[in-house]
Design a binder for this molecule. Structure first.
Ligand SMILES: Nc1ncnc2c1ncn2[C@@H]1O[C@H](COP(=O)(O)OP(=O)(O)O)[C@@H](O)[C@H]1O
Ligand SMILES: N[C@@H](CC(=O)OP(=O)(O)O)C(=O)O
Length: 420
């Protein structure tokens, strides 16, 4: 069996959904477990719905949700004839699920509501794609991933319960392949043992695909993208980015960790642990070879460039000129846990700590406020973090020329520079 993952970009339009059908036709007769994300930027749009709801703005949240609803109905209308009514009935169930919730008054934490609303993007996209495939004669079984992927209740960044997920996959998913060649399910979504929907962190569909590949002992996972494969930089930013034909799991886990958008960092472990190769291929031209990522050392890699914008630098200094000891540092690390913050760089000095993090939502301000009980805090925003793996001095000089560098860290393999 092969596992395929189609991201939001590959199902963003009617034409692209036709293209998914064409790709699956190429693999006619093979067993495929297909993981699909929400269409295009639907997750961002659903985030706005959850925000409006939580701010008490019911009318606005319903209006925003209606836009998403109409987009999905229109897509279904373009794609379906005989299966339209069946599809619309299912879509309507999902719409109703969200609309009921939006009529409530929030009484639980924001992250809970976020997951109940945002997960519907994947429900809608898979429902449409599954019906479209049936319409074109590609038999498939649609699975609600919430019946299979069990997580804890750490909403928005839920942790997988591997024991239950494995048991449910073997009980529900594996037997389906006795009678079906293709199963379609949602990425990014799971559920608690109380049947509340959870999500696995933004861009988490790659991770879902890797979980299924691992449990089903797949021969490979293929992630279909709008790029040739994994490149040595984001081709949307660097027009001269080069394709890397093969990579080791160790290299890719580092790239993903440092922020390369191409693969979710949690994807690698489940594959590496069972030596399941990962192919990154282009859905726009399936003849292109793409990139293969496996348990093999790959030498002579080009410099790999990762740029992260929207960074904040927190400069924390002890309030009474005492050394930064274990006690304030351990309290600082506890704060990261409480606020669900993953710092990108930390550098300690005698009486200060410098910390670089993604400046997302109000997390920076929350951390600054909490940390001010331990330290004097200064915050600088709108910074860029450049990471270069396998760097050369020449490339560093070119990329950093004219930049005001605020923080720099370097190992044998990797240099990271935070600049204005
Ligand atoms: N090193 C890289 N190699 C290839 N693509 C990259 C890289 N870094 C960032 N990207 C970006 O990742 C994008 C694909 O990811 P994404 O849009 O999240 O896909 P999907 O919605 O299919 O999951 C590409 O269009 C490209 O701009
Ligand atoms: N739809 C979710 C999950 C995901 O992985 O999406 P994509 O495959 O388009 O990156 C998100 O946008 O975060």
């Amino acid at each position: 069996m092969k596992v395929f993952k189609f991201g939001g970009a590959s199902v963003s339009t009617v034409d692209r959904i036709h293209n998914v059908g064409n790709i699956l036709q190429e693999y006619n007769g093979e067993q495929l477990m297909v993981i699909i994300s929400a269409m295009g930027k639907t997750t961002n749009a659903l985030e706005k719905v959850a925000e409006a709801f939580y701010a008490g703005n019911t009318v606005e949240s319903l209006r925003l949700f209606d836009v998403i609803k109409q987009q999905h109905i229109t897509t279904a209308k373009y794609l379906l004839v005989t299966h339209y009514n069946a599809c619309l009935a299912k879509l309507t169930d999902f719409f109703t699920e969200v609309e009921w919730l939006l009529h409530d008054k929030p009484s639980k934490p924001y992250d809970y509501y976020y997951d109940q609303v945002v997960c519907v993007g994947e429900m809608l996209s898979t429902c449409i794609v599954s019906h479209y495939l049936r319409e074109t004669g590609i038999a498939n079984k649609w699975i609600d991933v919430r019946d299979v992927i069990r997580t804890d209740d750490n909403f928005r960044d839920a942790t997988i319960d591997w024991t239950v997920t494995e048991a449910k996959t073997k009980e529900w998913v594996q037997p389906l392949f006795r009678e079906n060649n293709i199963a379609i399910t949602q990425g990014f979504v799971g559920s608690t043992d109380e049947n509340e929907s959870t999500t696995l962190g933004r861009e988490g569909s790659d991770f879902t695909a890797a979980i299924f590949a691992n449990i089903l002992d797949a021969e490979s996972l293929t992630i279909w993208k709008d790029v040739e494969g994994v490149m040595n930089a984001d081709p949307k930013i660097f027009s001269d980015a080069q394709l890397i034909k093969e990579l080791s799991f160790a290299e890719v886990i580092e790239m993903a960790y440092y922020g390369a958008q191409v693969i979710h960092p949690k994807t690698i472990k489940p594959l590496q642990n069972k030596s399941i190769p990962l192919h990154v291929k282009c859905f726009l031209d399936i003849r292109l070879p793409g990139t293969i990522i496996y348990n093999k050392q790959v030498k002579n890699l080009p410099p790999i460039i990762i740029l992260k914008n929207n960074q904040a630098l927190l400069h924390l200094s002890t309030q009474d000129f005492s050394f930064v000891g274990e006690a304030p540092m351990s309290r600082l690390y506890n704060l990261f846990g409480q606020l669900k913050i993953k710092p990108n760089l930390i550098q300690t000095g005698a009486i200060n700590v410098q910390l670089c993090m993604d400046d997302k939502s109000d997390k920076t301000d929350q951390l600054a406020a909490e940390a001010s009980q331990l330290f004097d805090v200064q915050v600088v925003k709108n910074l860029t973090l450049l990471t270069i793996r396998h760097f050369t001095k020449d490339l560093m000089n070119t990329m950093l020329s004219g930049k005001n560098i605020l923080l720099q860290q370097q190992t044998k393999e990797t240099v990271q520079v935070l600049y204005v």
